[in-house]
Design a protein around this ligand. Structure first.
Ligand SMILES: Cc1ncc(COP(=O)(O)O)c(C=O)c1O
Length: 362
């Protein structure tokens, strides 16, 4: 061997490609490629971040006491059972690293979030997928694929990129059907947007045993993706593991301070949710008038389906980009006929609709 080589799993990773943030020509784009909250962050969070920035020579509170207490208060959870991370991405990676390695399997749904296979390969474990039905997580298919080697089962609920969700009853059926040694990770990044009576983010399953984790993030409804702040709610045994494998100062002081302020600003959270409800009711109906279909979504983004030939998703992507609108191509998920479009402001969505109308006519 003439040079250092990474572990074999690492070279199987297709590196994550983030949503684009610029368009040719340098015009200020309408960025609808990363499901960032349409209204932007709470002004109170921005103020807290600026204040904390003056102290950036100090290390953060490694135990993240204030932000864990604030999360606990806001969501009615025990702060002792919360660990924060630099985005939920970090927690996904840490959990896979801690629970799976060579010879182990990590299970997830066909169109599940792309960080699951990336973290799985990085740990040297084997990703296993279960087919979906109608672009929805299929609980029976997941259960059928689970076995002695299945160390982790990820379910994004709602799922990105499809926007679909499974009910609390279905999630419980999944938990009951998985082997007890399989850690079920319910990734509820979009939970705050969901307005469905039969949905829960999964905290009750965490409380019911020692083998379920719920992941949440500040990147979506709180619109703080740039801060990198996510959290896990987990049984004591999993919290203990996460605290062993995480970096001692894995979340910056600025992110912690901004998170506390964001949680306290209920008016901004309510406004963000009300805005999304409105867009979710309106935008797909307008898209339908153009002769295009969308997948039912409960998140802050919508999948628009394009014909396989002619007015394809790739052509629509180019057209929107030429109008300085950035959607997300999802061919890497095996969904080349779709574009995922984040629900932005009403003005932004009107521009998207006008551009799509022109594209369909062109
Ligand atoms: C389902 C899901 N989980 C996790 C994440 C990661 O979020 P973050 O690392 O910003 O907390 C995302 C971001 O797009 C997501 O869609």
């Amino acid at each position: 061997m003439s040079r250092p080589e990474a572990k074999p799993g690492v070279m199987k990773i297709s590196p994550y490609v983030g949503g684009k943030s610029s368009v040719p020509g340098g015009a200020k784009p309408i960025k609808l490629s990363s499901n960032e909250g349409a209204l932007g962050p709470s002004p109170k969070a921005m103020e807290a971040a600026a204040k904390a920035a003056a102290e950036m020579h100090r290390y953060p509170d490694g135990g993240a006491s204030a932000i864990r207490a604030a999360i606990g208060k806001r969501f009615g959870l025990d702060p002792e059972r919360i660990v924060v991370g630099a985005g939920s991405d970090e927690l996904i990676a840490l959990l896979v690293k801690a629970y799976a390695g060579p010879g182990d399997e990590v299970l997830y749904s066909q169109y599940g979030f792309v960080m699951y296979p990336i973290s799985t390969h990085a740990a040297g474990a084997t990703p296993v997928t279960a087919d979906e039905k109608f672009y929805r997580t299929d609980v029976d298919a997941l259960i059928a694929k689970a076995g002695p080697k299945t160390k982790i089962c990820f379910v994004a609920n709602p799922n990105n990129p499809t926007g679909s969700y499974i009910s609390a009853a279905e999630m419980k059926r999944l938990r009951d059907g998985l082997p007890p040694h399989t850690l079920l990770i319910v990734d509820a990044a979009y939970a705050e947007f969901v307005a469905r009576n039969d949905y829960t983010a999964g905290a009750e399953l965490v409380d019911a045993g020692e083998n379920t984790v719920m992941l949440r993030t500040f990147s979506k409804i709180f619109a703080m993706g740039g801060m990198r702040l996510g959290w896990a709610y987990a049984p004591a045994n999993v919290i203990d593991v996460l605290n062993r494998v995480r970096g001692p100062f894995n979340v910056s002081a600025i992110a912690q301070a901004a998170g506390v302020a964001a949680l306290e600003d209920m008016a901004h959270q309510d406004a963000s949710r009300a805005h999304n409800d409105k867009m979710l009711a309106w935008f797909p109906a307008e898209v339908a008038k153009l002769g295009l279909t969308t997948l039912p979504s409960v998140g802050n983004f919508v999948m628009v389906e394009f014909p396989k030939t002619g007015k394809t998703a790739a052509a629509a992507n180019d057209f929107l980009m030429s109008r300085a609108i950035i959607p997300r191509m999802v061919a890497n998920y095996g969904l080349p006929e779709f574009l995922r479009i984040t629900l932005g402001t009403e003005d932004e969505m009107r521009k998207v609709l006008a551009a799509l109308a022109d594209f369909m006519k062109a």
